[in-house]
Design a protein around this ligand. Structure first.
Ligand SMILES: [Zn+2]
Length: 622
């Protein structure tokens, strides 16, 4: 291995990056919201993942491929990737803290994956078990390169986090075969589902072998020339409408588009091809200003699981796949490293606390695939899906979430996300104490430092209307820098105003015109049927925006989670029942409007008390 720090993204010394990740071994979450989610992931979710992969036949598929058992292959064509994402999670967890149980699960699965690999390096249980002649014949939907990408990411994570290169040996053998076939051999296509690009750049970073980066470049550069879209999907579904270097709009299948963008951004960092960065900044602007939900979720259409047109953001039909939220976080992290600009950390935070965290229940046992912003009831999390891409993706991300808190540069240390943690970066050691996101006070104590002065940079989120650093006003939407010759015991106190606020949508988003949303710090809130007075229908509730929002304190039925109190008006519109349309002359004011106190809860915590109605955007008066 050529790199010396642990993390999912480790740019080379030559990479064109403004900021560098902190060695993951130097970051420990100490409780708090993110720390608790990570602990539940380790103690509950990953273990359940093993059971579900067994139950779904996903391990058996590899056993059949390895010749250890017989039977029919089960599950989706891409289900090997579920094992790889789960193995990535195990790599991060075992690197953080030993566990006999996790180590045994990991060793068994890695041994199985290695045993299933063909002598020439090929590895895909669908092809091996169902139809050996199928190899590379269905690049549009076959997902062979997608699965290979997840294998590579798992292998790199394991090698870096634990030093065990067993899986890396498997992954490089497969990557070498892919390179021979796609760069030096007969295969002139590319992958229908991007993912391998981001993995190949990381494999280059991990091994120092330039051919993996060149293969990523080849696969990226082949898009946009009409390779795909001859099946039931169109070229835009596959990001194959125009060459990546000239594309300024983000289109098509959301997860495909965002994984591709993450890989292209990595490729820029390691190739300094400015056309790639220009395309990515254009696509990001398109996404952030017209195609993403308040929750950071991406994907407006169930049809083709795709990103919609600009401002096409219906709350009830929102697709917002959990994998798309993860892919968006991956992309924003890479753009942050490349540019050092806070807007990417802002969108990362919004997505992390809302569109991503909603994907797993508070007990860590059930999952959302789609994350709408409005449900009329019945949207429930599942223990596992036939398409099980999201659960193990959640596992690998939560297992590595602390990697996204901080970076370093020649100037010093930058804090992008706030959580109670200990952090070591070079000669600097910090302790961060905070009850964020519930409270806006963040105390940073310098535990150790070298002799030279350095700069501590603190992100001031754009949502913060009032912020101070050591009592001095700090401008939202950037970084406040404190430069000093630091001594152990020095403290810096950041105060962010996390009082609840009302948010209005861009009027061009027709689907939520006339509605408002409640936010508090980085959290988007929602209203759930279960919190309404008995017999009240959420559809009859209007927010009274003339009454200020107030903190409601901990919600009794959601341990440790803070609510927001709001005033509402309940008006059952009798005249409208059983009528879709009325002549306006027949309409009168609603009879018997009643005041009601409303409770809003964090969006990420919804559907933990039943699958009743929920809405983020709510009509308002006042
Ligand atoms: Zn998914």
């Amino acid at each position: 291995m050529s790199d010396s720090i642990v993390g999912a993204v480790v740019p080379t010394a030559r990479a064109r990056v403004a900021l560098r990740p902190v060695d993951a071994r130097g970051v420990q979450l100490e409780g708090g919201l993110l720390g608790e989610r990570q602990r539940t992931n380790r103690e509950v979710t990953i273990l359940r993942g093993a059971e579900e992969l067994e139950r779904a036949g996903t391990f058996d598929n590899l056993r059949i491929a390895a010749g250890r058992t017989t039977g029919e292959r089960r599950g989706m064509v891409f289900s090997d990737s579920d094992v790889y994402k789960w193995l990535e999670a195990l790599g991060w967890e075992l690197g953080r803290e030993p566990s006999d149980e996790l180590a045994r699960l990991n060793a068994d699965a890695v041994e199985l994956v290695a045993a299933a690999q063909e002598p020439d390096g090929y590895l895909n249980s669908w092809c091996q078990v169902v139809d050996p002649a199928w190899r590379w014949s269905d690049l549009e939907q076959g997902h062979e390169l997608y699965c290979a990408g997840h294998l590579i990411q798992a292998a790199v994570a394991q090698a870096r986090a634990t030093g065990d290169t067993t899986l890396l040996t498997v992954a490089t053998r497969f990557a070498d075969l892919i390179d021979e076939s796609f760069r030096g051999g007969p295969q002139t296509g590319t992958d229908g589902h991007p993912e391998i690009e981001v993995a190949l750049v990381e494999l280059y970073r991990c091994t120092g072998e330039a051919r993996y980066r060149e293969l990523a470049d080849t696969l990226v550069s082949r898009r946009g020339f009409g390779l795909f879209g001859h099946d039931r999907f169109e070229p835009r579904y596959y990001q194959d409408v125009e060459p990546v270097r000239g594309s300024r709009s983000i289109v098509g299948h959301a997860v495909r588009a965002l994984y591709l963008a993450a890989g292209v951004t990595d490729l820029y960092a390691e190739s300094a091809d400015e056309q790639l960065l220009e395309a990515m900044l254009g696509q990001w602007d398109d996404l952030a200003s017209t195609k993403s939900y308040l929750t950071g979720g991406v994907g407006s259409r169930h049809v083709d699981e795709s990103i919609g047109d600009p401002y096409e953001l219906p709350p009830d039909r929102a697709y917002c796949e959990t994998c798309a939220a993860i892919a968006s976080i991956m992309w924003n992290w890479r753009l942050l490293l490349v540019t050092g600009e806070s807007r990417f950390a802002d969108l990362l935070e919004r997505t992390l606390y809302n569109g991503f965290l909603s994907g797993v229940s508070l007990d860590g046992r059930t999952f959302f695939y789609s994350n709408p912003l409005h449900s009329r009831g019945g949207h429930e999390r599942h223990a596992w899906n036939p398409v099980a891409c999201c659960p193990p993706n959640i596992m690998r991300f939560l297992a590595s979430v602390e990697q996204h808190l901080a970076t370093t540069s020649p100037d010093g240390v930058q804090l992008h996300q706030y959580a109670p943690a200990r952090l070591t970066a070079g000669s600097a050691a910090l302790r961060i104490e905070t009850a964020y996101p519930w409270k806006g006070t963040v105390e940073i104590e310098i535990v150790g430092s070298g002799e030279e002065p350095w700069t501590l940079s603190l992100r001031i989120p754009r949502w913060a209307r009032v912020a101070t650093v050591d009592g001095k006003p700090a401008a939202p939407g950037g970084y406040t820098e404190v430069t000093r010759r630091w001594r152990a015991g020095d403290r810096v106190v950041l105060e962010l105003d996390v009082s609840p606020r009302l948010t209005a949508p861009n009027p061009r988003i027709d689907a939520v015109r006339g509605c408002l949303a409640v936010e508090r710090g980085p959290l988007v809130y929602c209203f759930e049927e279960t919190d309404l007075p008995q017999g009240v229908d959420l559809a009859d509730v209007t927010l009274d925006a003339s009454v200020p929002l107030t903190d409601a304190g901990p919600v009794e039925s959601l341990a440790g989670i803070q609510g927001v109190a709001a005033a509402g008006i309940v008006a059952s519109l009798d005249g409208w029942q059983r009528a879709e349309y009325r002549d306006t002359r027949e309409l009168s004011s609603p009879e018997d409007p009643r005041q009601a106190s409303l409770l809003a809860v964090p969006y990420f915590a919804w559907a933990n008390r039943g699958a009743g109605a929920m809405r983020v955007w709510i009509p308002h008066t006042g």
